[in-house]
Write a protein that binds this ligand. Structure first.
Ligand SMILES: NC(=O)c1ccc[n+]([C@@H]2O[C@H](COP(=O)([O-])OP(=O)(O)OC[C@H]3O[C@@H](n4cnc5c(N)ncnc54)[C@H](O)[C@@H]3O)[C@@H](O)[C@H]2O)c1
Ligand SMILES: O=S(=O)(O)c1ccc(CO)cc1
Length: 805
């Protein structure tokens, strides 16, 4: 036998792979054309950095210098925002079809240059070419195709919405091209223009994309790329000409951005970290689940925010599962990113390598046993082997901290309830994976998981038509699908809101009444101190204090309790324990809302008199407010069983169920205007969608809300679903915003209240809906009622269910 035959025979013995390198010639030529250094991409061309600063990036897999990148300054950001601002009206004026053509051209462009993009991405990030070629690039193209479709349909599907304007987008290094696509495709499709800041480690695919997009005819200024580090990102966040910040990255930086944008009126979406559970029940297809784990934690070296990094095994199968997993780990190949036969490439950078190493060491110190796949790692880069930590305590560092590397921790559970408790034992809520051959069990677990995405017998499935995003401290907002589009739009009616001028509504209504020669209703002779309403009962305020509420004619109309921090805490505890409301059927919630409407209607005269005396509006106007409130309760009763999810059909054999879930406990602060209607308009969508509320009525006319206690008491709402705390809004907003058991906060009223709500909600990253002091016309259906409130009262969970053999 010849020696070459001998070699072939050896491969049959070992079943080993030889190297299969992808050519990097085109990528190196492109880099060579920019050897002098890249500028920022502003207004359709590369522009020298205003202050001339540059930094070098390195190839993670070799540590060698890769490119010279401009460090963006505030001046560069300014130029990019100015270009985006100048381009935005023309871009929107192109119309949906015009933008659809451009998005379609971008999709085709990504496909035409797929190989170059895949190689540049692998060089820049250190991830395997197999992943950039087969996942990142095709999925990026799919995002442009999908959003070309939304652009085409915009005038019909989003007729009541307008674009936000100029959007600042900041992305991380783990999926540089894909994150770019997730961000810019919806923003551009819906008529916004963009300033994008890629991560400092991986700016190349964004620069290449911008260059190619200009060649593909994207109008100048529509997409601008400013490179640089966190300081550049911070300058973009701070820029007054930006209408929205869309951020993907760490929870830590997400918090900084929440604080920096608070009170500025900028929209914000945050896609943050995760510590996702991978739950395997004892009736799962074990070999399939082992493959699932490989994909969940060793894909992209575990630098995946939705990585299934906590393996939760049912006790009876744990030993067998771990044994099979270890065998599989021995076959994983770590190597050069451009080698088509490897499974794992390099971590992004030596600092990340060091962080992963030290977290694994901490895990071992905390008592975990560590198993690492054997085999030499390539020299030079930031390689780390597939790692499994066993015997991990649920409260330990490695079980709670996002490692963002190829490190899996494992724990066991006995019952489904224990599995859910362990899975939800995290501050994050990005994704979860459930493995069981019993479909009823898997689909019963999915709604109980606090996560924006649940994969059943699968992991890491994505599609442009299926929204992606987190619960809890994994952030808010969705990318992809219809819900992702709303993140780049605002209601047309809200775009016209004007700053609230105190008493404007009352004065206008009085003038209108005078003009019609109507007499305001007489002041009812009531003088009592209204208590608070907590846990279904009227209770005295903790501080035993009250303050006067005055009628429009200046006379004292009554007293309301002055709620304090402790009252809010009691109200939140009552709301927390009324969790049954969130799982009540939509039919039940609808019935409760109709019944509230019935009870309010029965007292219509009483409420109209109260509104007229407190606000000074004419009898007819007061009656109209009560009628509108009854109608609003009906409207949300109607929506309760109609605002529901969708079945997506992504390109795989299976479906993704977009389910609409309650957020939990929502704090609501009401404005003074239209005291009954605004109160009902903010309460009812929350009730309809299953939230429990702690509601602070507008201070000035709070007696209207305290009269509502009787409507609540004669309703069939469980105690704790609606809690009402009267008192000065400023302090109560602060307490609600800082409370970690409040999941969302809606604040309508003075501008400063919005700022405080946003700034102080940073602790548990609660979702906020605030008006920035802009008055809402509560009588106008487009402004005061409907889907925008329902969207804010819910979060979408996508449950992926692949099927077939
Ligand atoms: N939820 C998701 O969809 C998702 C996706 C990918 C990554 N992530 C998360 O991203 C993190 C890893 O990425 P990273 O290390 O690049 O995150 P990072 O937060 O450090 O950086 C992300 C981006 O923010 C910029 N930045 C840093 N400081 C800033 C500041 N003060 N103001 C504005 N911008 C600033 C960076 O330059 C970079 O472009 C992980 O925590 C991971 O979970 C989340
Ligand atoms: O969870 S993320 O890190 O954002 C992420 C995005 C896309 C993909 C697609 O392969 C994987 C992970």
């Amino acid at each position: 036998m010849s020696s070459s035959n001998n070699n072939v025979a050896r491969y049959f013995d070992t079943m080993d792979y030889g190297p299969a390198p992808e050519s990097d010639t085109d990528a190196r030529e492109w880099l060579a054309r920019h050897a002098e250094g890249f500028g920022h991409f502003i207004d359709g061309r590369f522009t020298l950095a205003a202050e001339g600063a540059h930094f070098d990036t390195a190839e993670p897999a070799t540590g060698q210098r890769l490119a010279r990148i401009a460090q963006g300054s505030a001046k560069d950001v300014d130029a990019a925002v100015a270009a985006a601002r100048a381009a935005q009206p023309g871009w929107f004026a192109l119309g949906g079809h015009g933008r659809a053509r451009h998005l379609y051209a971008l999709a085709r462009m990504v496909q035409r240059h797929a190989r170059l993009l895949a190689v540049v991405e692998a060089l820049d990030n250190g991830k395997p070419i197999r992943e950039t070629r087969d996942l990142d690039v095709p999925l990026a193209a799919r995002h442009f195709y999908h959003h070309a479709g939304w652009a085409q349909l915009q005038e019909r599907e989003f007729a009541d919405q307008v674009p936000l304007g100029v959007v600042g987008q900041i992305i991380p290094w783990n999926f540089p091209l894909l994150m770019l696509a997730w961000k810019i495709a919806p923003a551009l499709a819906l008529g916004n223009t963009v300033v994008l800041k890629p991560a400092e480690f991986t700016p190349l695919s964004a620069l290449l994309f911008a260059e190619l997009a200009a060649q593909a005819g994207l109008p100048r200024g529509v997409l601008n790329v400013v490179t640089g580090d966190g300081a550049t990102g911070a300058a973009l966040v701070a820029h007054e000409g930006v209408d929205k910040i869309a951020f993907t990255g760490s929870t830590e930086v997400g918090r900084l951005i929440r604080t920096a944008t608070a009170g500025t009126g900028k929209s914000l979406t945050l896609e943050l970290g995760g510590k996702s559970p991978f739950i395997v029940f004892d009736d799962a297809d074990i070999d399939a689940a082992v493959e699932g784990v490989v994909d969940a934690i060793w894909f992209n070296q575990g630098q995946v925010c939705c990585a299934g990094s906590r393996l939760l095994l049912q006790e009876g199968i744990a030993d067998d599962f771990i044994a099979r997993l270890k065998r599989r780990m021995q076959t994983l190949r770590v190597g050069s990113p451009l080698d088509k036969a490897i499974d794992m490439g390099s971590l992004i950078d030596p600092t990340q390598l060091e962080r992963v190493r030290s977290l694994v060491a901490a895990g071992v110190r905390e008592g975990a046993s560590c198993y690492q796949a054997p085999g030499a790692l390539p020299p030079g880069g930031s390689f780390f082997p597939p790692t499994l930590l066993k015997g991990v305590q649920p409260a330990s560092t490695v079980a709670t901290e996002e490692i963002f590397g190829p490190v899996l921790v494992t724990m066991t559970f006995r019952t489904p309830d224990e599995a859910v408790a362990l899975a939800n034992n995290t501050r994050y809520g990005l994704a979860a994976s459930v493995w069981s051959e019993t479909i009823g069990l898997a689909l019963g677990i999915a709604p109980q998981l606090q996560a924006g995405v649940v994969w059943v017998n699968a992991t890491n499935l994505f599609d442009a038509g299926v929204g992606f995003g987190g619960y809890r401290e994994s952030g808010y907002g969705r990318e992809g699908g219809r819900e992702g589009c709303y993140e780049y739009l605002k209601p047309r009616a809200w775009a016209q809101r004007k700053p609230r001028a105190d008493d404007v509504a009352v004065v206008a209504a009085n003038e209108a009444a005078d003009a019609r020669n109507e007499t305001p209703l007489a002041l009812p002779a009531i003088d009592r101190t209204a208590k608070l309403f907590i846990g279904g009962k009227q209770v005295r305020p903790d501080g035993e204090l009250s303050s006067s509420v005055f009628a429009a004619n200046g006379q004292r109309a009554g007293e309301v309790g002055t709620g304090n921090r402790k009252d809010i805490r009691n109200a939140v505890a009552a709301a927390r324990s009324a969790s049954g409301w969130s799982s009540a059927t939509p039919h039940r919630r609808a019935q409760a809302l109709y019944y509230l409407a019935e009870n309010l209607s029965a007292r219509a005269g009483e409420f109209a008199a109260r509104i007229a005396s407190l606000t000074g509006v004419a009898a007819k106007a007061a009656q109209a407010e009560v009628d509108a409130s009854v109608s609003r309760l009906f409207a949300y009763g109607a929506w309760a069983d109609k605002y529901e999810g969708t079945v997506h059909v992504p390109p795989l054999r299976g479906v993704a169920l977009a389910t609409v879930e309650a957020i939990g406990v929502v704090g609501v602060v009401c404005p003074d205007e239209a005291p009954l209607l605004s109160f009902v308009s903010l309460l009812a969508p929350n009730l309809a969608m299953g939230n429990r509320t702690v509601i602070v009525p507008g201070e000035k006319h709070a007696l209207v809300a305290t009269d509502f206690y009787q409507v609540l008491e004669t309703s069939d709402l469980p105690g704790g679903v609606v809690n009402i705390v009267t008192g000065p809004a400023a302090g109560l907003v602060r307490t609600l915003a800082e409370h970690d058991d409040v999941d969302a906060l809606w604040v309508f009223g003075a501008k400063e209240l919005s700022r405080d709500a946003e700034r102080l909600s940073v602790g548990n990253l609660k979702r906020t809906l605030v008006d920035h002091g802009l008055a809402t016309d509560w009588h106008d259906l487009a402004s005061g009622e409907g889907a925008v409130f329902l969207r804010h009262a819910t979060q979408v969970k996508n449950i992926w269910i692949p099927y077939g053999e």
